[in-house]
Design a protein around this ligand. Sequence first.
Ligand code: GLC
Length: 746
Amino acid sequence: MQTNHFRNLCLVVLAATQVVCVSAQKTKTIAQKVDSVLQLMTLEEKIGQLNQYSGDWSHTGPITKDGDKQSQIKKGQLGSMLNIVGVEHTRTLQELAMQSRLKIPLLFGQDVIHGLKTTFPIPLAEAASWDLPAIERSARIAAKEAAASGIHWTFAPMVDIARDPRWGRVMEGAGEDPYLGSAIAKARVKGFQGNGLGSLDAVMACAKHFAAYGAAVGGRDYNSVDMSERLLHEVYLPPFKAALDAGVATFMNSFNDLNGVPATGNRYLQRTLLKERWKFKGFVVSDWGSVGEMIAHGYVQDNREAAKAAITAGSDMDMESRSYIQHLADLFKQKQVPIVLVDDAVRRILTKKFEMGLFDDPFRFSNAQREKIVWNDPAHKAAALDMARKSIVLLKNEQALLPIQASVKKVALIGPFMKAVRDNLGFWSYEWPDDSTTIVTQYDGIVRRLPKDAIVHYAKGCNINDADSAGFAAAIAAAKDADLVIMSMGEARDMSGEAKSRSSIQLPGLQEALIKAIHATGKPVVLLMNAGRPLIFNWAADHVPAIVCTWWLGTQAGDAIGDVLFGQYNPSGKLPMTFPRSEGQIPIYYNYYNTGRPAKDENNLFYVSAYIDLPNSPKFPFGYGLSYTHFQYAPMQLSDTVLKGNQTLTVKVRVRNEGKYDGEEVVQLYLRDVTASVVRPVKELKGFQKIFLKAGETKEVVFQVKTDDLRFYNQTVQHIWEPGEFHVMVGTSSAQVETRKINWQQ
Ligand code: GLC
């Protein structure tokens, strides 16, 4: 085991020049240590630090088979690798790095998006919990499992705001709202980085994808983005700034072009905004091959120009395009790229390696004993169950069909996901040999909660996405002999995620036909909706009495669903994204502008901003989610209705649990700036509190509103607030609020 590797590095190299730095190195700052290493580096070794390759453990992008990576590590031509998981593999490659002249340790990065060995709900599902401590804990556990297996750095949190559910990567983020997205970005960064870089259970986090990747035209992955700088700052940048303010170690740029310039070559984004104005001290990694992809964008001629554009724009590390390793040295020699840009990138990367303690001990994260203990910690499974339960959103529950009563003796469990195993993990998850024994299926989660003498019928009914109705008859027969039918439907695990945009977000295959056939039996149906995005299922939403949005809930999916269906946990989730009635409504989001001809009601279409064939309203709105109990909101109390300057508005609302079940409620605060120097949304989330109320209990929820909450980006992209009339709204969803007017004067 190497100890105080940096000391050895000094001794080995500087001893040759009779300059021993050991006595001084103890008092050196990291910046000084970085500089002392930088001074030793050749140009090739500097460029090597900016070069990142993928291992062959699992592929997350278009793989380029290229030469012998291991010999390049020994030559110091590689600074980082991704897709190398496990103590054994990381140790093997780190040992190669120790054979290089300067023995600079490798950084190992990985997409630990929602868990590694213990899979948590997909991030969009976690966002539906609105439970920041639970979300932070989820990231904390993911970090522990990653750090225990030699990983130093996760390419998460993905903080891209998205208003288009056709985009497959909505599953990876926190939905459509900048305020909720910012709060969750902060929670996830804190979770991943824990008590600080260098802790043995912390990994570097990575705010991605910088920037506005979620606004791809048509919801089509990697597609172009074009928007005003004002909208960029108003909606898409806040979660990145929140991640930065939370101390995120790295950023990852995005595949898309933004206003005509690919993000990877976008100097405004990476240098002017991120490194100069926001004073970001970490480093920026490109997305997979995105440096070289600027050729396809039509922004550069070849990889040499791509390397120049990217390093100049502030992209510090080149993931997998090989543009830097192949061209930066020559670009420097031809005076096309000044060494200061290379040195700045190297300093940023070496700084993180020092902060992670890798110069002291390059193998400190590769401890087999710790990996075994951490990966089998029962607390992780319990936390995953808790997170999964809190992520479930109850969309409909007519006749209080749920929770399932003890009187139910015969159930029919139907649908292609009822016995699915790995589908429960969602995209960006890892498959392990013991999955079949660790992942709780929805079938098992339900059956183990039924009375011992219950009769259970199972029928798959149909496949996920084909035209085979052969299974309908058995499913109908099962339903006919049941008191209650539970159907597990939705889209497959790999129908959302990267490069998984769908032009139609309806239920695939014959699923709706099967739901109709089962409904026709007259038996009460509970529908579980499994998806990585908002789906459209209008017929079911109008006819099926109980519907539960289960997203993809991870390793503990079945038990979480079972606890909700049988009432061990009262569902508390709220939608972090709008569910449309039709793809024709997309982009659809709650914080829209009023327009000059707002459609005040859905029946009056006389020259207003509306469709002639569909209401403007969504099927299920942002912030919506039901409970088994009912929360009654008393009229809100305002400290003032006229405020001046930097006063604080106190908003109080008493919430009472009027039902017979204890439960949690997400009390939401929205504001509207009625008139301003740019048009403002009809409402914007500006606060939320998730509270627990026992049956019959009342609590007072208090929000403090300050002028900072009124700020917006004006026509010159200044972040200001303006006096005038504001609407204060409090309620249980964006569509169910009480509104009061106030006036705020300069
Ligand atoms: C992918 C994704 C990015 C991921 C990276 C490494 O293409 O866009 O989010 O972190 O490559 O797998």
